[in-house]
Every structure is written in C-alpha cells, then in structure tokens.
Design a protein around this ligand. Structure first.
Ligand code: GLN
Length: 185
C-alpha cells in the first residue's frame, strides 16, 4: 500500500517519517500523477495560503477535490484548513479542497509566540501534541468529534476524511496516523 503526503510546503517530511514508522510506504505528492498512485493522502501543517497558492498554480485543486470525495485524507493544522468547508480568516481568493463539514478560524490562538504543546484526549487515550499558529474548530456540522482539548473539539472525522487543529507528528503522536492507515486497509 502506497500512501501520499502532499509535499508542496510545510512539514511533510515529519509525516512521512511517522507513517513509515507505522509500516507504510510513502510517496511525497507534488503532481496529479503522484496523486493517482496513492491510496490515501496526508495534507500537512504549514501555511495554508502557500499550500493553496501552490496547489492552484500546479492545477491540483480539481484532482485533490476528486481524491477527497472517495479516498482517505488526513489534514493537520493547515491541512485541516484545506479540508474545511468554511474558513474564517481566509486570504482573499484562497481556495480550499473542502469536504469536512466544519467551520474553522485561522490563527485563532494568536501567532507563533502563542504556540503550545498540550495533551489531547481521544476518548480514554491521551496524546501530547503541538499547536502551532493553530486554527480553532468553531462549528462542527455533520462531522464526528474524535479528539478534544478540554471541552474543545480539536480533531474530527467525516467518512474517510480526518482533520486535526494540531501537529501530532512533531511530538511523536501516532493515533491519527493509525486511524488514517486503518481506514485504507
Ligand atoms: N496558521 C497556519 C495557516 O493558517 C496554519 C499553521 C500550521 O499549519 N501550523 O495556514
């Protein structure tokens, strides 16, 4: 099984390392042809405006949208923003893949100096993760909340799509990657 990590910008290498540590074979995805080869895709954290601009100039949006309609996609931080149906604070003209019925607010905790690590709960399981210029999930429509920070939703699932406001791959978190890989099998 070959899985992809969208490698336009952001910390795609860390996701590749995490997925490989779980036994997956990983392809950095930069083109439509790369996308056609993979059974699932991770959209990493980074800067959603840059990821969006690059995806637009490489003509990837129609292919990413088509992929997300039928195959597993995990989006973390900027990747969650890319997968959200509604984005507060989007840059003018910024395009998204969509598919997750959530409303997110970009940079909702403040800037880089307000970045932090925290323990989030996946039901009874806890994991230490990093929030880096993270978005907040303001509203959850038909998506299912799968992780919380206190009372706040920080990860959601809808069909084969998974999204989280945080970076698990920086602190050695694997729970989301495991859910992602399980949904491919
Ligand atoms: N603030 C970034 C954005 O809006 C996301 C930050 C991240 O992915 N760590 O795209």
């Amino acid at each position: 099984m070959l899985v992809g990590v969208l490698a336009l910008q952001g910390d795609w290498r860390e996701h590749k390392v995490t997925l490989e540590s779980l036994g997956a074979e990983v392809l950095p995805v930069k083109t439509k042809e790369d996308l056609e080869r993979v059974s699932g895709l991770v959209i990493p954290g980074g800067e959603s405006t840059t990821i969006s601009n690059l995806a637009k100039s490489f003509g990837l949006f129609p292919h990413l949208r088509e992929f997300a309609r039928s195959k597993p996609v995990l989006g973390t931080c900027a990747g969650l923003i890319m997968l959200s149906n509604e984005v507060e604070g989007a840059a003018p003209g910024q395009e998204f893949v969509g598919g997750l019925d959530v409303k997110v607010s970009r940079n909702a905790y403040g800037g880089q100096t307000h970045s932090f690590e925290a323990e989030v709960s996946f039901g009874a399981e806890k994991e230490r993760v990093a929030f880096i210029r993270a978005p907040r999930i303001l509203a959850v429509g038909s998506a299912e909340v799968i992780a919380k920070l206190g009372d706040e939703p920080v990860a959601v699932r809808q069909g084969k799509l998974l999204g989280a406001t945080f970076h698990p791959e920086i602190t050695g978190g694997t729970l989301l990657h495991k859910l992602f890989l399980e949904s491919i099998h």
